[in-house]
Structures are given as C-alpha cells and as structure tokens.
Design a protein around this ligand. Structure first.
Ligand SMILES: C[S@@+](CC[C@H](N)C(=O)[O-])C[C@H]1O[C@@H](n2cnc3c(N)ncnc32)[C@H](O)[C@@H]1O
Length: 450
C-alpha cells in the first residue's frame, strides 16, 4: 500500500478505519492477498495498531460485508454509473464499494457514509478528480439502491459463476441457492469449550448447539470476552468441531495431527485425553498453534515439517491420524468471504493431488487397526468424496468405518449414504438467520487392516 494514503495529523473520526478497509480491499481484489494475511501477524496492515477496538471491529465488518456482497454491489453501482467504475483510480472504486455497503447494509447514517467516501477519494492523488462522481453516485445509492437490489429477486450474484455452477452440479439448483444464501449471512461466533458448555453459554449470552458448540452473537475482540485469558474455550466453527469427535474415546491414545495449525482440532484431541503430535508445514502457523495451546493449558508435541515427508517417531505407528488437509476452503466462505474471489477452479486439481499425497502418507503412519479421519473444509467433491474413493480403490489396506447420525447429535442430514460427514452452510437452520448455518466440511473415517 502506498504511504501517500496514510492519514494527515488530524482527520475526521472514522476516516482511518475506512482508509484501512480500502487498503485491505485493494489487497484482496487487486493484489491477491488473503484477509487473514492482512489482518493478523507480521504481515498485517501497519495502520491496524492505531485503531481503537471499536474501529477495528467496524473495519473488519465493512470489508467482510463488501466481499460477501460483491456481486450485488457491482450490480447496484453499475446501474448508478453511466460509464462504469473508474478504472484509472482504484481508490475511487473502493470508496464507492465502502460507501454503498454502509448505506445498504450497515448501521451508518447515509450522510456520514457519503462524506467519508468523498474524503477517501479527496486524499488520494489519482482518485481526487472523482470526488464529485462519488458524492453523486452514493447519494443516488441511498435513494435507489434498495429498489435495485429488489430487482434481483433473490438471484445469487455474490458467488462467482464458476463456483455456483459447480455447487449446482454437485448438490442441485435448490441446495446451491440455499448455500449461496447462507454464506451471505454474517456468521455467529462459535466456540469449543473445554468443559461446562451450559455455564459458558450463559456467561457469553449464547446457546448450545445440538453438537455441543457454544454459539453467540457477541461481537468485537474475542480477547476481551470472559474465559479467553483463562483458556476455557477457543474459536472454532461448529462444523470444524465435528471431525475430531469421530475418533470416539481417545483417552491415552497416540494421535498425530498432520496439518494442525492454528490448532483448533489439536486442542480437541488434547482435551479428549490423547497424546498428541501436531505437525504443520508453516513455521508462523506452528508458532500460533503453540501460543493457542499454551493459553489453553493443553500439552502437545509440535513440529514444523511437510507431513508428506515426515518420518514419524518410529515404533509401530499411531493409534489415530487426523488429516485436515489443505484445500480450496470453499466451505468457509461465510467466515472468509475473500476465498470466493481469491480461489480459482484450476486450483482444485492441484489441491486434490496434494491431498492424495498426504492421504497415502497418513496411512503409513497408522498402526494396524488404527483409525484415520480425513477432512477438508471444501464443498468440492474432488477434495472430499472423490479423494476417499480413490484411496479405497487403490488397495490401501483401509476400510471405511461409517459415521452414524447418533455421533453427530442425530442430525442425519449431515451424514451421507456411505457414512461420511458432509456439512453444508445451509444446514442447522435457525429462525434467527444469524444463529443458523455452519461451515461446509467433508470428513470420512477409515480403519487400517490388522
Ligand atoms: C485447513 S488448515 C488446518 C487447520 C487446523 N487443523 C485446525 O483445526 O486449526 C491446513 C493446514 O495445513 C498446512 N499444510 C499445508 N500443506 C502441508 C503439508 N504438506 N504438511 C504439513 N502441513 C501442511 C497449512 O499450513 C495449514 O496450516
């Protein structure tokens, strides 16, 4: 991002949050950078530190809302702009998206949204000539934006066409539309608790889902919530909490978690009483995993390694292996709306090849009779159903141990005919849409022959 975009000494309240939102949006849309990369750790936007918690939360919500509604915003803005979006000044484009998203979906007065977007373009050398245009278009958006959205009559513009076509082919048109609708909702905060879910649900003003996750609508920094400092819970989507449960009783068992960071599932395995070895290829992510486990007071051996090359600890092998393989992450678009615009269809074949390589390795690390749980947070069959079918077809010495609905609180819609887990963002509907849905996951349980 250019230093010319940093703030002058005194500026109107809220402008810094919008400027950082614009930088981060440019990062996703024009520089192929993920939201996580720009929001966390060493690569985070340098301006974030100076924002108050409130402004930081507003900025994150703003960026997420824009990415979640990008197709709809494109439709509305194209109808309000006679000559299309300005192409010679990215800041004019982001200022229009930021202004329109606030007017259409956020609790910001229209006049403030317009004023802040005009200021955003005025402070950018290339975009300043568009200040009048931004002002006029956003004022029209306040009057005409909602009717333009109503015109769409529920059409799904907010999922890239290639992805919607895949979901339609895999799940049918109605389910694909339901998935698209579900990922348009702002997700709840889901927590896995070490114990006493009922007490934590009460303290955090949430509810307990049938599968045991505590779900709340509290917003802002999780570090400020009760129980965080004491390591009583960790953030984990309700679907992400299911695969590790498929091992059943893990007391005293040896488990290797092959793609472990940042450690949500490792924490579950440790909390279930297993001896856990957690491997991940990324040094910075293993550092985060170690921090997370330290906060939770849960012990595990950790190593930075390519799991496909890792030679293990010798001996007879592990009682259990968890392979939460790297994938296209299309099941997590609700929580990571940048994924929809960063991933491409051509990524899927390369990821499937990598998953097969990791699966082959996972089998060799198991002792005879040991259990493998393979999972991905992808909605694409190549990374789920097809990956397991290929492994089983290849004489791997593995057999499927079908999942029963009773293992997932009787929610039979989450279990496929051949006994795998398949969650979709439109599952777990709730009368209050903000409390419904979960990530899309695939998980299969296999046992190695004796
Ligand atoms: C889906 S994430 C894992 C999430 C984690 N299991 C959890 O529950 O918090 C996939 C992880 O795989 C790691 N990874 C990718 N390729 C790998 C490889 N060849 N060996 C080990 N880790 C790998 C990535 O660094 C990333 O942290």
């Amino acid at each position: 991002m250019s230093s010319t975009r940093f703030a002058p000494a005194a500026e109107v309240p809220g402008l810094a949050a919008r400027r950082i939102a614009a930088d981060i949006l440019d990062g996703v849309l024009h520089k192929h950078r993920t939201l996580d990369d720009q929001l966390e750790g060493a690569t985070a936007h340098p301006g974030l530190k100076a924002l108050s918690d409130r402004d930081r939360a507003l900025m994150r919500r703003l960026v997420a809302t824009i990415l979640r509604r990008l197709g709809t915003l494109g439709h509305v803005l194209s109808r309000l702009l006679d000559r299309g979006l300005p192409t010679d000044a990215p800041r004019a484009q982001s200022a229009l998206l930021i202004g329109a998203a606030q007017i259409l979906w956020m609790d910001v007065p229209d006049h403030a949204a317009v004023d802040l977007s005009v200021r955003l373009v005025q402070s950018d050398r290339r975009a300043s000539k568009y200040a009048g245009l931004v002002n006029a278009v956003l004022r029209r958006c306040a009057r005409e934006g909602q009717p333009l959205i109503d015109e769409l009559q529920g059409q799904s513009l907010d999922v890239p066409p290639w992805l919607l076509a895949r979901w339609t082919a895999t799940y049918g048109a109605d389910t694909a539309r339901a998935i698209a609708k579900a990922i348009g909702e702002e997700p709840s905060l889901d927590l896995s608790v070490k114990s006493d879910a009922e007490a934590w649900a009460t303290r955090l003003h949430g509810e307990i889902l049938p599968t045991g996750t505590v779900r709340t609508l509290l917003q802002g920094s999780v570090k400020m919530l009760p129980g965080f400092d004491d390591g009583e819970w960790w953030v984990q989507d309700a679907a992400a909490a299911l695969p590790a449960r498929l091992f059943g009783d893990l007391t005293g068992k040896s488990v290797v978690d092959l793609c472990a960071a940042p450690g949500g599932k490792t924490a579950q395995l440790c909390n279930a009483g297993a001896w856990v070895t957690a491997i991940d290829r990324s040094q910075s992510r293993v550092a985060r995993l170690r921090e997370n486990l330290a906060r939770l007071g849960l012990p595990a051996e950790t190593a930075v390694a390519d799991a496909a090359e890792w030679t293990g600890k010798g001996g007879d092998g592990f009682d259990a292996v968890l392979l939460d393989a790297p994938c296209s992450s299309t099941g997590t678009i609700r929580r990571h709306p940048d994924v929809a615009w960063l991933k491409q269809e051509t990524d899927i074949a390369a990821l499937a090849a990598q998953q097969q390589r990791l699966l082959q390795k996972a089998v060799t690390l198991l002792k005879p009779g040991g259990t493998l749980v393979y999972c991905t947070c992808s909605l694409e069959p190549e990374e789920g159903e097809d990956a397991i079918a290929a492994l089983l077809a290849g004489n791997s010495g593995m057999r499927r141990a079908p999942v029963d609905a009773s293992e997932v609180a009787g929610l039979s819609e989450l279990v496929t005919a051949d006994g795998a887990l398949r969650t979709l963002p439109c599952h777990l509907p709730h009368p209050d849409a903000r409390l419904g849905g979960l990530d899309g996951f695939y998980a299969a349980r296999l046992v190695k022959a004796l």
